[in-house]
Design a protein around this ligand. Structure first.
Ligand code: ADP
Length: 281
């Protein structure tokens, strides 16, 4: 499957060398079938993670306007049990948020043990839009890569499975999506003149994304560049990646759950024995 995973800090990232479309040979029908199977698997794994209370998962979705962050959330979260999933969108920081360090608003939404946090935009905006628009001095945003890497390491040490996705669309596809949004009465409300303004800064964003991915990629917090021109393929790649990451923990979670089951059974047996003894007495 054409997916590009970055899990080493400092790796070179060249977005223009990564395809925005699906590889040849994969059909929409097959992808949908596989997505359904992955959805069922994710549901089962989520249940095990929820019960075992050893790990949690933080899924970060980043991408240009109209790249499909919302659509991915709708499809992937749609496979999960809503109990135990927290979806958070990060927009322009509020006054209160601006009065704190840039990670404050994100850290409060880090997942509780056993649960998922799914982020539509994230702390990465502080090295993306903030960098491109020069919203803080260069020195400040440059230092943020280390802060982000340390933050994600802290979460990983706490048992959080950190997964980061860049939804990679082509300039042409973005234009079509924005025009389609304008043409369609049901979606015209989403129009935002800023989307076109940001599009003018395409190359600056490309550079900012490449740096962000390269400087914060880690084994415990990998980045996946997701070919996102086709929604069905984008959903498949994200689902495949999440399922794969959770799958690694399946055995551990299952044995924790079995151990818990044995303990609970023993407690119940002890209670029944005590009750029976009392009755006799
Ligand atoms: P979306 O475009 O994700 O559907 P919005 O229309 O609410 O949602 O846009 C959110 C906006 O907030 C984006 O333009 C994004 O760049 C901006 N934003 C997010 N985080 C920050 C930040 N830390 N500083 C400045 N702007 C930010």
């Amino acid at each position: 499957m054409a997916r590009t995973v970055f899990s080493e800090r400092g790796e070179t990232v060249r977005l223009d060398s990564i395809s925005t479309g699906p590889p040849k040979g994969i059909t929409k029908g097959k992808a949908r079938q596989r997505f359904a199977a992955l959805g069922a698997e994710m549901f089962e794994l989520q249940d095990a993670m929820f019960g075992a209370k050893v790990n949690s998962a933080m899924v970060v979705l980043q991408g240009r306007d109209s790249a499909g962050k919302d659509g991915t959330i709708k499809h992937v979260v749609g496979c999960l049990n809503p109990r135990g999933v927290n979806v958070v969108s990060f927009g322009v920081p509020t006054l209160e948020e601006r009065q704190h360090d840039f990670l404050w608003r994100v850290h409060r939404h880090a997942p509780r043990i056993g649960e998922f946090s799914i982020f539509n935009r994230s702390h990465y905006e502080d090295v993306l839009v903030v960098r491109v628009h020069g919203l803080v001095p260069r020195k400040l945003w440059k230092e943020r890569y280390d802060h982000i890497a340390d933050f994600e390491e802290l979460l990983a040490e706490h048992g959080t499975i950190v997964l980061k996705y860049f939804l990679h669309i082509s300039r042409k596809e973005q234009k079509e999506r924005l025009l389609e949004r304008e043409r369609t009465p049901q979606t015209a409300w989403k129009l935002n003149v800023n989307d076109w303004k940001e599009r003018d800064r395409w190359d600056e964003y490309t550079e900012a994304y490449e740096d962000a991915i390269s400087k914060t990629a880690a084994r415990h917090a990998p980045w996946t560049v997701v070919p996102a021109d086709k929604k069905w393929y984008r959903n498949l790649v994200v689902a495949e990646s999440i399922a794969e990451a959770l799958r690694e923990h399946r055995k551990g979670w299952k044995s924790t759950l079995e151990e818990m089951g044995r303990k609970r059974r023993a407690e119940l047996a002890a209670y029944r024995a005590e009750r029976a003894a009392k009755k006799k007495g």
